[in-house]
Ligand binder design. Sequence first.
Ligand code: SF4
Length: 925
Amino acid sequence: MNAPSPQPPAVRTTCPYCGVGCGLLARPDGYGGASIAGDPDHPANFGRICSKGSALGETLALGERLLHPLLRQSDGSLAHVSWPDALDAVADGFKRIIAREGPNAVAFYLSGQLLTEDYYVANKLMKGFIGSANVDTNSRLCMASSVAGHRRAFGADTVPGTYEDLDAADLIVLVGSNAAWCHPVLFQRMVKNKRERGATIVVIDPRRTATAEDADLHLPIAPGMDSALFCGLLVHLADRCALDYRYIDAHTAGFENTLARARAIAPDLAATAKATRLPQADVARFFDLFRMIPNAVTCFSQGVNQSAQGTDKVNAIINCHLATGRIGRRGQGPFSLTGQPNAMGGREVGGLANQLAAHMAFAPADIDRVRRFWRAPRMATREGLKAVQMFEAIARGRIKALWVMATNPAVSLPRASHVRAALAKLELFVASENVAANDTVNAGAHILLPAAAWGEKDGTVTNSERRISRQRPFLPAPGEARPDWWIVTQVARRMGFVDAFAYESAADVFREHAALSAFENDGKRDLDLGALAQLSDSAFDALDPVQWPLCRGEQVQMRDHQRRFFSDGGFYTPDRKARFVAPERPAPREATSKAFPFRLNTGRVRDQWHTMTRSGLSPRLGAHLPEPFVEVHPADAEAAALLDGGFARVTTRYGSCVLKVVVSDGQRRGSIFAPIHWSDTTASSARICDLVMGDTDRYSGQPEAKATPAAITPVAFAFRGFALTRAPVAVPLGTWWARVAVAKALGTLLATDDGPETWRERARQMFGDGAELAEYNDARHGIYRAAAFAAGGLAGALFIGPAAAAPQWDAVKPLFAADTLPEEARRVLLSGRSADGLAGAGPVVCACFGVGLATIRDAIQSGAARSVEAIGTALRAGTNCGSCLPELKRIVADAGVAVVPTAPASQRAITPPAPRRTRDPAAIT
Ligand code: SF4
């Protein structure tokens, strides 16, 4: 008898989603998959992970992957070519256009999903060897305003604090940050501090988000008015003699002018309340909390950054911390929470068009230093075009060649259709991608390069607290996929830069990056990784998470008090003093009007990531909020005749989308919210960034994604339903649809004016002649249901019914997981009920155990389970990853029974709370 094969060792790696940078243990299963758990030894998460991280194992399949280099042919088709041919085509194309038009006619558009090593070589090629700084990144959409704010205040893009400050703070202020959904593990750390140490949490956000649900004070501020609030706070602190004049005098400049400007914007409490449209008592409470609690950390994120005045907002926050000397001390400081897994690594290597490598700027001395270090023949001497301007230049024909790496600008940039049209004008459009199809690739890429994905890549990422962690491969790269750093290196060599791009490994690149950061540094720049510049390959392989600043010599990690910046000044300005920055008068630039009376706010949902090319593959994540939606305040919904669970068209000057309506009293009146995740690949009409204005912050170039004037009107469909198929299917023109990952099937939710007869015809096309079709057709009541069987199993299902009584798919979805279908299940399938005779379980609440809303409500009403804990015991819901616990609490609360707090069985998986809604969006399917 063969001995059982030993379990493969777990590989320590890092989550590819948000900027928290959680350490993971990935254990390959030997069949191309892996189990994922939190790394208990990683200081960012100590073993905890959120729903996205815990579902990573469901995203490793290869069905959607780009596996071979492809070259577009003259007839428009894509042909498989060898790597040498593809690389030659890229290098020759760039060389040809540069020779003809100059270096500024080409550009790279990178991504916060790239590893630091990928980022480094791409920047080196463009800024040092091609001779242009037209290399920007999707991080421009994420935290460019924080970078600009840091640089204006500190003289460098320095995050002063650490995550431990969130454990030590007595007051945590979250501004424009739905951390409960977007930085879940970090938010749970804050909640733990509140629970165990009594920390106070204040949330400043126009929406009552999941984060606000756990706050002691929520300030639903008018969109765009954050600077006014923090100007008012600065005035309040000055008037109450709560400033640290010792720190101001010793370590800062520009205070008097900034205070005068703050007084002009928000002279007193009443004026601040009026400008921010907040209750004066709430503003006063916040000001008093900030004044009286020294250990205060102010976290800010996309709600601050994604603004045409985002840099001013960042500086208005920093001003208050400088004025009180609350910076760089344990439990004190301003704290930018980065959205992307490696936004910080990108910043370290100069991934933005207005930065040079190693936190250097386009100042003559820095340009010269980098030139000498790289021995660069054509060093860029001025800043390049930032993302929005870059695509404008493409649209105008000024940029003729573009290389997009690991991002999807045809979905994520403002005025996304304009971006897509611009891409079609390029003479050379190269895309390095994981997936074979997305909106950007589909815009007509000429050369597609298969890039290695998470789980296959080797290198480093840096999280929001300056901690560098290794991403280690635990799966072989499939097909001909290659790491991004390798691809860029190969192109650079073909362009003639063989010696400068002699890297043979990610470790080679990292060592050079570390050496450049230390080159002629001597404490003049914040980033100095010199202690890591001589790492051997094996030491790089074994590198533990390491936070900078670093010591030189044997001990690379600083002692606790040395791990923060600026407690004793030492800023990176010429006089080593910080700058107070007087903000301009705040107001969103584009005003609302009679035609567009609402402010469209965009953002993320808990269980999806960016344009869903990875998270959208997980059935577990897809079960939570499966459809694109728009949240509307109940009074606005009533005035606009919008029905909760119905549909609405959201229109701006730039485009329109049709979305499900979620009426929510967490939404501010006059504002509507829609998530950013859906694309033309995953839904019929939900590419929300197409509606977003292209207005950008004048300092950071970051687009205003939170306040586009918009209109909303009801849309009615006569019928609704779903298709469950083994492969993608086409639906009739005019059908509203949204694609959802389902175990072993593809789910498509439908809304349509086409009646049963049309769908009956369509079913025959969908399932083909080979399938055995079982049908139920009730034309009088507008019902059509079909199930297709092949080889003893279920091949497809199509259910259409009147919109008012839309068929539910909860009982049908699980049947696709079985290879053969039991006779009883087959017999009752078209009823939409499960074979055990129970009524449909309703929309899934607990994805781990497939427990539906109706089942939970039945248990509560029958008395079988009257608390969250009892529901866990009776139904197992909420006892695994814990993702559904907040919803369970709400369901119990709605049913009018006491909530008994509980904790998930797995201490490693934590889940943020969901916001209270008038109606649960999970229930609208
Ligand atoms: S909080 Fe979640 S998404 Fe963010 S890094 Fe951790 S596991 Fe990944």
